[in-house]
Design a protein around this ligand. Structure first.
Ligand code: CUA
Length: 158
C-alpha cells in the first residue's frame, strides 16, 4: 500500500496525540489519586430522610475510620459544616434527595457527583489542616450558586 509521506506524518501525529491524551488519564490516576467513583449502591431518593443509612448525618470516628454522611438537596448540604481530622483517610457517603448535585472540596481531590437514587462514596486524606470550601458543581436550579458548605480539617490530637 502506498501512503504518501504527508499522510504518514498526520497518522503519526494523531497517534502521538491519542497516546498523550491517554497519558493524562494515567497521570491523574497515579499522580493525583483521581478516580471515577466505582461504588454502586442504590437508594430511593423519596425516602432518603427516613433511610437508616442517612438518619445520622455528620462525622463518625470509630474503628472503621472517619466517615462523613451527608445529603445534598436544593440548595444546601446537610450538614453544612463538616469537621474531620488531618492525615487520616476520610470516607464520604452522600446522596441527593432531589436532583443531581456536585460535591467538590475546593483545592483537594475530593469531588463527586451526587446523583439521586445512588450513594456516592469516596475516600480521601487531607494533609493540610484548615478551612475548605465545598461547592455544588452541577447546575441544579435557581439557587445553584448559593449551594455550599464548609469543611474544617483539624490538626489531629495525639
Ligand atoms: Cu446543587 Cu448545584
Amino acid at each position: 500500500m502506498n501512503v504518501p509521506l504527508y499522510e504518514k506524518i498526520w497518522m503519526w501525529a494523531s497517534a502521538v496525540l491519542i497516546v498523550a491524551f491517554l497519558a493524562t488519564i494515567g497521570v491523574g490516576v497515579a499522580g493525583s489519586a483521581l478516580q471515577p467513583p466505582s461504588h454502586v449502591e442504590t437508594i430511593d431518593p423519596a425516602t432518603v430522610w427516613r433511610d437508616p443509612r442517612f438518619a445520622r448525618r455528620g462525622v463518625t470516628v470509630d474503628a472503621n475510620g472517619v466517615t462523613v454522611v451527608a445529603v445534598a438537596m436544593m440548595f444546601a448540604f446537610n450538614p453544612g459544616e463538616i469537621r474531620v481530622p488531618a492525615r487520616r483517610p476520610v470516607t464520604f457517603r452522600m446522596t441527593s434527595s432531589d436532583v443531581i448535585h456536585g460535591f467538590q472540596i475546593v483545592g483537594t481531590n475530593g469531588n463527586t457527583m451526587v446523583v439521586p437514587g445512588y450513594v456516592s462514596q469516596f475516600t480521601t486524606t487531607f494533609d493540610r489542616p484548615g478551612e475548605y470550601l465545598i461547592v455544588c458543581n452541577e447546575y441544579c436550579g435557581l439557587g445553584h450558586h448559593l449551594m455550599s458548605a464548609k469543611l474544617i480539617v483539624e490538626e489531629a490530637r495525639p
